[in-house]
Design a protein around this ligand. Structure first.
Ligand code: PLP
Length: 452
């Protein structure tokens, strides 16, 4: 299978190249040239374990990786998860269930993609002998998960930009207390969007990119999207047969990567009724699905910091399907948005999405409500999902992080501080971090100084 850029000005490439490049050379995002029809496989896949399902799914896309290698990569990627089912479902009542995506090494759903990406990179470096530098921007969880996925991997240097003071203390510890010499956590003054803008500029410097073997781990990497599609598939196959086609998947959303990965499955024939985009006060996507207008706002820090964004980079992938693959229109929308900060779309209401928004003060209230009603503790991101759900319909809420990652908000909800042993260990370790300006030049010179 080949992969094409949303902007249509880069040549189609095989899977490994799309993964190695991250962003396509024309500034677009990679997508499969055509999508497989999964209806042919669904009944056969019901019997598979999570890693087996992941392998079966990736075999459809990653056909340039030797099958035994791919099997080894997939198996290794889910070995460090703390739950035998990898992505278990908890039923809170007949109509409301939670898909727990926080049993990976850094206790957030991003481990699903980044453990796999780390192993894909390692395999690639072994085969080509070419070292790489990974650059990412994080609002907290991506950086921790990327660092965990790439920790100590030979031939890889990891540079992660994060907004100083805007990630939780424990997220910062997950990034800065690894003791690994190939890891460089870079604090910037500004927001996640500032970090992301600077990062995009560095990636658009093609000469630099070639020179240092630069690769991306933020949610623009296609392998991340596909790895996330797998847990939607696994959940759908495990839901009760009589209700799975009616179940609404509710997704705490920031960069649109997670919910897009699910929606892509519905394009491959998996009958999923609806995706509900749950936002915090940074509600660009909620406004989009309510009004058809995609308009830049300002970012306000919230209790759900991994969703504090206003430019949802994966939205461009969705746009590709919305305009039936017409890359000229994608380029037009993208440049209009860059210039004016807003674009209007018609026909967004019938695409299988609904949306909601919660204010910051509602987050601890919801945590308390869910705890009192079901005896179940959710983290502040997951909490955003429970707003205005129709009690007559079945919902599956994606729990994107473990509540122990965000103890301050849980305490604010009047509940005892949640604990996790892996986080307790980090509290005893030394912090190593660096400061850079959120500009292309200062990021480039930091990388050059540190790749040896
Ligand atoms: C990253 C993250 C999100 C947002 O996911 P997107 O793919 O950016 O939409 C939500 N919750 C948590 C805990 C996260 O780490």
């Amino acid at each position: 299978m080949r992969f094409v850029s949303t902007r249509g000005e880069a040549p189609p490439v095989p899977f490994s190249t799309a993964v190695a490049q991250g962003l396509a050379p024309d500034g677009g995002l990679y997508l499969p040239e055509e999508l497989p029809d999964l209806r042919l496989f669904l009944s056969e896949w019901e019997k598979l374990s999570y890693p087996e399902l992941c392998l079966a799914f990736f075999e459809l896309f990653a056909d340039d990786i030797e099958p035994l290698n791919l099997a080894r990569i997939v198996k290794a990627s889910y070995e460090d998860f703390a739950h035998s089912e990898i992505a278990p479902i908890r039923h809170l009542d007949d109509k409301l269930s939670v898909l727990e995506l926080f049993h990976g090494p850094t206790l957030a759903f991003k481990d699903f993609a980044l453990q796999l990406l780390g192993n894909l990179y390692e395999d690639q470096i072994t085969r080509t002998g070419q070292e790489i530098s990974v650059l990412g921007a994080t609002s907290g969880d991506t950086g921790a998960a990327a660092i965990s996925g790439l920790l100590g991997k030979r031939g890889v240097k990891v540079f992660i930009l994060y907004p100083n003071g805007r990630v939780s203390p424990l997220q910062e510890r997950q990034m800065t207390c690894t003791g690994a010499s190939n890891v460089f956590p870079l604090a910037i003054e500004g927001t996640f969007d500032d970090a992301q803008t600077a990062l995009k500029e560095v990636f658009n410097d093609h000469e630099f990119k070639e020179r240092v073997g630069l690769s991306a781990v933020n949610s623009i990497n296609l392998a991340r999207i596909l790895a996330q599609s797998v847990y939607y598939l696994s959940a759908w196959l495990r839901l009760p047969k009589e209700s799975r086609e009616e179940t609404v998947f509710v997704v705490p959303t920031g960069n649109f990567g997670n919910v897009f990965a699910g929606w892509l499955l519905s394009r491959m024939g998996v009958p999923i009724e609806e995706f509900r985009v749950a936002t915090n006060r940074n509600d660009v996507l909620h406004r989009l699905f309510q009004t058809g207008e995609y308009a830049l706002g300002t970012v306000s820090p919230s209790f759900a910091p991994s969703m504090d964004i206003q430019v949802a980079s994966n939205f461009e992938r969705f746009l590709h399907y919305f305009v039936q693959g017409d890359s000229k229109q994608v380029r037009q929308f993208t440049s209009d948005f860059l210039q004016t900060g807003s674009v209007r779309f018609e026909g967004f209401s019938d695409l299988g999405f609904s949306s909601s928004r919660v204010s910051d003060s509602e987050i601890p209230e919801i945590i308390k409500f869910i705890h009192d009603r079901y005896g179940y503790l959710v983290d502040p991101h997951t909490a955003c999902s429970f707003k205005d759900l129709d009690p007559a319909r079945s919902h599956l809420v994606l729990a994107t992080a473990h509540p122990a990652k965000f103890p301050a908000v849980v305490q604010q909800a009047g509940l005892p501080e949640p604990r996790s042993s892996s986080l307790e260990i980090l509290k005893k370790k030394e912090i190593v971090r660096y400061s850079v300006e959120a500009t292309k030049e200062s990021i480039k010179s930091f990388i050059l100084e540190n790749i040896g």
